[in-house]
Design a protein around this ligand. Sequence first.
Ligand code: F6P
Length: 307
Amino acid sequence: MDHKSLFLRKFLYDEGVDPDLRRLIHTVAVGGKYISSLLNAANRKMAGTRNASAEDQLEVDKQADIILQDMITALDYVAEYASEEQETVIKTGNQHGKFSVSVDPLDGSSLIDVNLAVGTIVGIHPVEELIDSGRHMLAALYILYGPLTTLVFTTGNGVHEFVLSPEGEFVLSQKDIKVKPKGKIYSPGGLRSEWTDAHRQYIDDLVETDYKLRYSGGLVPDFNQIIMKGGGLFSYPALKENPEGKLRLLFELYPLAFLCEQAGGMATNGIENILDLKLEKIHQRAPIYIGSKQEVEKAKEYIKTES
Ligand code: F6P
């Protein structure tokens, strides 16, 4: 479809996205603007303008959750809201609810006080299929709060990036983003001493074949760098003491895997595709290898030697 508009709202319309899904994505985008302002306020605090009562304020990730929960659950086509910040799924009771929304309101929030980039991750599922697998997702997006605030989304029709303009609009910056089949950077999560032998050997292989280390410790900026800058591999492996790794399937991995597949890349836990993994509880974790096809396939070869 020929896109006439560079603005997110109209772009979604031109793509023929279901009107309610369009409004839901737009609502999340507006939530992102509020979160971006929160982060600016948090950063000003670092610069010494904190007021006396600031210590009493909620942490920024909790505030981000409240913003998104309030905005998303007010939509009468949203049936469920699941947040990384909360133990259980919130049922809205909305009669016309047809979407379940999973949210990691502010991933990497421990990086805020050192002024590194952080992100919001959102997955949109059909209502009966929240606790299922990632295959039925209708849309996935992340908002990256860096020097620029960007929103990267898919509704199953490619991956597109929008940048928040000074006027407060998300404006198209890259359409149909593609991950190269083989890249040049690696982003290895977790402590090396906790890695399994197979994983360590694979990372050593990448180092020896001249991959460049790029790791900030923020999933959203680290993943964003892989897909925007020529491909490569982000990994957070099974750890010796924690075979499920650290990252959460519903809140972090399904949405990024959907985006990555839509951009022509791959995501696996070392054995199965991330989107095919069965979710049994909302806070379930899984190892992940995500990025360019070639690197992800190679990860599977290494992990196979372990079983
Ligand atoms: O899920 C939280 C998170 O901060 C991710 O954003 C990031 O990828 C990961 O944890 C970093 O973990 P580690 O410090 O163990 O590498």
